[in-house]
Design a protein around this ligand. Structure first.
Ligand SMILES: Cc1ncc(COP(=O)(O)O)c(C=O)c1O
Length: 385
């Protein structure tokens, strides 16, 4: 057989997660590896999806998305994110992952640099590199609560820099960027004439006093920012694959062109079900958030009771990112150790970039009782070390 394309080398990155997913099928193993809600999608959304499928909405949707959804999103963005975007400035995608891919395709030339958070969501680096760009890690530090440090960000910028990716609330750290930090990032983008991709997949999952703020809503930022959001996490609709991007019209127009080469359109009936999600009651969303919050408090408390493990309290998303450095084992080793001795799946911090070494990610998108049992097992295994 002839060689495969060179670019396969940039997408070997999530193999660990993949193999852990296979192990999840074993009943004795508890997985804290999940990156998706354990709740089913809301009933009104499921009913709407069924209704539209039965009504025959089984054809392609327009490239940019169904008009009903674009209109509902226009309202949502104004009301909930203070982003004043017109319908022409929104594109519906197959999950926000596609929105990120289309945005990077539209903005970044081969050889240009994209600053990504590290530790950060695993998809950024391969997407940038797949498209010929260079991913440059912005080190996020535990002592800063994994906030972006504007001065450090500035130091990474050179004439090849084109785009800065920010993610708040963050996967994997759970950090919610403060308004002051966002303002400083905004000032840097304006001063250096750079685009910002704001990945807001977990916008509704914030706890305690944390507030989610869209950087695109800050004064003068609209022309610099591509915001990506999704129905996956807020409405537990991961498998329905409905996300979207909001950006200046010329960018959306080009993303639309690229969409011809990717998915053409997001699923028609599920776009209409997403309209139902936006228009329906938000009680279910709040119920899920409250339950995540209950689990978060217990998980972080339990982690901090284990010798040689410490965990800062994450303010958003559904992940804890404890420091395991004192155990004197690499993130991969401790992941393997916990799988063998505690029969618990966690994700090594290095999956999220080189600065994730010394940490592991635990997801609390799993039943409370399961998390409790997992913590009993982890504590026992580590105390025996
Ligand atoms: C930070 C972040 N962004 C984007 C996504 C993509 O989600 P989706 O494509 O389902 O919208 C995920 C999924 O885990 C994520 O964690």
């Amino acid at each position: 057989m002839r060689d495969l394309a060179e670019r396969i080398k940039v997408i070997g990155i999530s193999r660990i997660e993949e193999s852990l997913r296979i192990l999840e099928q074993k009943p004795e193993i508890i997985s804290l590896g999940a990156g998706e809600p354990d709740f089913p999608a809301p009933k009104n959304v499921v009913n709407a999806a069924k209704k539209y499928l039965e009504k025959g909405y089984t054809h392609y949707a327009p490239l940019q998305g169904k008009i009903e959804l674009l209109e509902a999103l226009e309202k949502k963005l104004k009301k909930e994110n203070r982003i004043n975007a017109s319908k022409e400035e929104i594109i519906v995608t197959c999950g926000s992952k596609e929105a990120i891919f289309l945005a990077v395709s539209t903005l970044v030339n081969p050889g240009e640099e994209v600053i990504i958070p590290d530790p950060g969501y695993i998809a950024y680096k391969p997407i940038v590199e797949f498209l010929g760009g260079k991913a440059v890690s912005l080190k996020l530090r535990e002592e800063d609560n994994f906030e972006v440090h504007p001065e450090e960000l500035k130091k990474l910028i050179n004439k090849r820099t084109k785009l800065i990716i920010i993610n708040s609330p963050s996967n994997p750290t759970g950090t919610v960027l403060k308004k002051k930090t966002l303002e400083e990032i905004a000032d840097i983008a304006i001063e250096k004439n750079l685009f910002i991709l704001a990945d807001e997949a977990y916008e509704k999952l914030v706890y305690d006093d944390a507030k989610h703020i869209s950087i695109a809503s800050l004064n003068g930022m609209k022309n610099y920012v591509i915001t990506t959001q999704t129905f996956s996490k807020t409405y537990a609709m991961c498998g329905l694959r409905i996300g979207y991007a909001v950006a200046p019209e010329n960018i959306i127009k080009e993303m639309k062109e690229f969409k011809i080469c990717t998915t053409l359109a997001a699923p028609t009936a599920f776009q209409l079900a997403a309209v139902e999600a936006l228009k329906g009651s938000k009680k279910y969303v709040e119920k899920m958030r409250k339950e995540y919050n209950r689990r978060r408090k217990m998980l972080v408390k339990r982690l901090n009771q284990i010798p040689k493990i410490s965990c800062i309290k994450p303010e958003g998303a559904f992940y804890a990112f404890p420091n395991i450095g004192e155990l004197k084992m690499s993130s991969e080793k401790i992941t393997q150790f916990l799988l063998e001795k505690a029969k618990v799946i966690v994700i090594p911090g290095t999956e999220f970039g080189k600065y994730g070494e010394g940490f592991v990610r635990l997801s609390y998108a799993t039943a409370y009782e399961k998390i409790e049992e997992a913590m009993n097992r982890i504590e026992e295994a580590i105390r025996k070390l």
